[in-house]
Design a binder for this molecule. Structure first.
Ligand code: PLP
Length: 492
């Protein structure tokens, strides 16, 4: 015993020779390859609560935070914190149980009802995260004979959830309605009357801040007797006039069949996820969904904080408006400066830089000026599409946003970003740039993207006459009767 104690004190932890071999040969070499690829993710350690203004370890200065999904700024809201404390006092720290054994309290049922009412659905079911909600839905709903038709850029948790189910998998090109229709036709050739075809998409795509074309997806779903699943993590609570999400943004509330979302972003930022939809589906999930059946229930303090967040959003309808107004201001000012911002009127504002090293150096320079932003590069986004993703919050004041924009302007000048942009445009008037990748795409979609990139877009029917025009930022799109691009768009 004494020997054992001494050896524990003297040496560091001892592993078996098998584990040592695996660490040396497999784990360390994989870790090295991540470092060499330049994709190592280090974590900055925050020493304050999550907020627009934070402090991080080893720095005495305040940082302005533009990285969190704290869209409504509720992560450190005093009323939410009080609600969580009250629940802690009344219901304890946790249930030490899954829901169906002895892990369901009054507040879990109340929150499920509040969520269903918020989305105008029959029922809702809580999970410990939306990752789990996405892991549970497809396997429960879909069988071998069914089809799951998924946008190629869907979130990792949707992709993993789909991997767990036995349905036939089809993937359509990102937001490409012609390709979705092809995939639906493929599934429609199947004459089995009882099959389910489920289209799965993010409502808002988190790397691009772009929005799924839900009205078009609904039209196709109806044509081919399909259901629609939407992940609303980057929309719930703030997107749409009263924060009901992407379907409200498109004035089609109630038209999506199944919604999954998170409590870990706009709705207080703690943790938790849910599915909301028809009661029969929710009943089935309670019986069959594995992450629900075999994982602990949500802590009562987290349930109470999410419920308070819904109270605040329902009682102050200006709250969602504030973040969207901030996003509009940021996007407009940055575009005026000459930066290219992707996406559609959403607080996820990807500032496009192209080069991975530039994105990372740019973020470092921003940090020196007290602005916390992150550069994203391959493999998180496509090669040569590196960017800094700025996430705007309702908690940012106009002065905060201005400080961030001024810092972008300063660092942009330092890296000669404006010069590059002017050169690119000047060159383009001579080189007659083309975009073969747009051929066959929906013209409205391409127009939105090019307009966001600062081009003037003109849509003409196929065969329409053209005159030469040397304006640098004019693009002509030629379309067929289905509004699809038939030729490569060219400038001038
Ligand atoms: N779906 C999307 C689109 C997300 O962005 C995320 C989180 O980043 C998730 C699902 C997972 O949500 P949670 O953090 O609640 O597990």
């Amino acid at each position: 015993m004494r020997f054992w104690l001494r050896s524990l004190q003297q040496s560091s932890i001892r592993y078996s020779s098998t584990l040592n071999q695996i660490i040396d040969k497999r784990l360390n070499s994989e870790l090295d390859s991540i470092r060499q690829a330049g994709t190592w993710k280090s974590e900055r350690i925050i020493s304050t609560s999550q907020s627009a203004h934070i402090k991080v370890e080893h720095s005495t200065n305040d940082l302005l935070n533009f990285c969190a999904n704290n869209y409504l700024g509720l992560a450190n809201n005093s009323q939410i914190i009080q609600a969580a404390k009250n629940a802690l006092d009344k219901y304890g720290s946790g249930l030490s149980s899954v829901r169906f054994i002895c892990g369901t309290q009054t507040i879990h049922k109340q929150l499920e009802q509040r969520i269903a009412k918020f989305h105008q659905r029959e029922d809702a079911i809580l999970y410990i995260s939306c990752f789990d909600a996405n892991a549970g839905i497809f396997e429960t709903l879909l069988k071998e004979q069914d089809y799951i038709i998924s946008d190629e850029l869907n979130h990792a948790s949707i992709i993993d959830g789909i991997r767990l189910c036995k349905a036939k998998r089809l993937r359509y090109k990102h937001k490409d309605m012609s390709d979705l229709e092809l995939k639906l036709q493929e599934s429609f050739n199947d004459k089995n009357e009882n099959i389910i075809r489920l289209i799965a998409t993010d409502g808002v795509f988190s790397m691009d801040g772009s929005i799924a074309p839900l009205p078009d997806i609904r039209r196709l779903a109806d044509k081919y007797k399909a259901l629609i699943f939407v992940d609303e993590c980057h929309a719930t609570g703030f997107f749409g006039p009263t924060g009901r999400g992407t379907e409200e943004h498109f004035q089609m509330t109630g038209n999506i069949d199944i919604i999954n979302s998170t409590l870990g972003k706009a709705l207080g930022g703690a943790a938790g996820g849910y599915t909301t939809g028809p009661k029969a589906l929710i009943d089935l999930l309670r019986q069959r969904s594995r992450p629900y059946l075999f994982s602990n229930t949500l802590p009562p303090s987290v349930v109470a904080s999410a419920m308070k967040a819904i109270d605040l959003i329902e009682n102050d309808t200006s709250l969602p408006g504030r973040v969207l107004e901030n996003a509009k201001y940021f996007r407009t000012e940055m575009q005026t400066l000459g930066f290219q911002i992707l996406g559609d009127s959403h607080p996820i504002c990807p500032v496009m830089l192209g080069d991975a090293r530039l994105a990372s150096q740019f973020a470092d320079e921003m940090l020196k000026r007290g602005i916390y932003v992150i550069g994203f590069s391959y493999p998180v986004v496509p090669k040569d599409r590196a960017r800094i993703r700025v996430q705007v919050s309702a908690a940012h004041s106009k002065a905060d946003l201005k400080r961030c924009i001024d810092a972008f302007a300063e660092v942009g000048r330092q890296f000669k970003i404006y010069c590059r942009r002017q050169n690119k445009n000047l060159m383009m008037s001579n080189e007659n740039k083309s975009w073969p990748e747009f051929v066959g795409k929906d013209a409205d979609e391409v127009e939105r993207q090019l307009t966001a990139e600062g081009y003037q877009v003109e849509i003409k029917p196929e065969g329409a006459p053209t005159t030469r025009d040397f304006r640098t930022n004019r693009v002509r799109l030629f379309v067929d009767g289905n509004n699809a691009i038939v030729k490569e768009p060219r400038t001038g």
